[in-house]
Ligand binder design. Structure first.
Ligand code: NI
Length: 177
């Protein structure tokens, strides 16, 4: 089911999300299905549970091709519950980001180039992966949502923050993430 996406200004986006304690439950399965329906409907690159008003540490991300990020390399479709990030580089790289909770805007955000992420899937199986570049950026963006951080809070240079339709007039006008 496609769920309503909360927009910046809603205090629920600023909370620290709770850990999932039980895996492979109908509730968790439905949550993850709804998150994929909602993300796919909006052509998002990722989505975090707090964005649909659910106070749990669940993120999803991934796509083969994304019309909103036409130059981005493929990112594997992933469900990550109770994620833990370990940065593998101090080096930061600037890149454009958007967010379904901040529709119509894009900004340049510095992110760690390389990281290891771990967590669990719906069934509780452990997942661990090393990622870099856009993949690592998406993971950092989504996991920030679990700590109440939206990407505009990480912008250093506000001269590179603006409306998608002005910055990238060739992109499809459809929501944002
Ligand atoms: Ni977002």
């Amino acid at each position: 089911m496609i769920r309503e996406i909360l927009k910046m200004g809603d205090p629920r986006l600023l909370q620290v999300a709770r850990k999932v304690e039980r895996f492979n439950t109908p509730e968790l399965r439905t949550l993850i299905e709804d998150m994929f329906d909602t993300m796919d409907h909006a052509n998002g690159a990722g989505l975090a549970a707090p964005q649909i008003g659910v106070d749990l540490q669940v993120v999803i991300f991934g796509f083969d091709r994304n019309p909103r990020y036409p130059d981005a390399p493929m990112v594997p479709k992933t469900v990550l519950v109770n994620p833990v990030l370990e940065m593998l580089s101090d080096e930061l790289e600037d890149g454009w980001e958007g967010c379904l909770s901040v529709p119509g805007l894009r900004g340049v955000v510095p992110r760690h180039v390389r990281l290891k992420y771990s967590g669990h899937d719906l069934m509780g199986n452990r997942l661990e992966r090393v990622a870099e570049g856009f993949h690592a950026r998406v993971v950092q963006h989504e996991c920030d949502h679990l700590r109440g951080i939206l990407y505009p809070m990480r912008i250093k240079d506000f001269s590179r923050f603006g409306f998608t339709e002005v910055l990238f007039p060739d992109l499809p006008a459809n929501g944002d993430d």
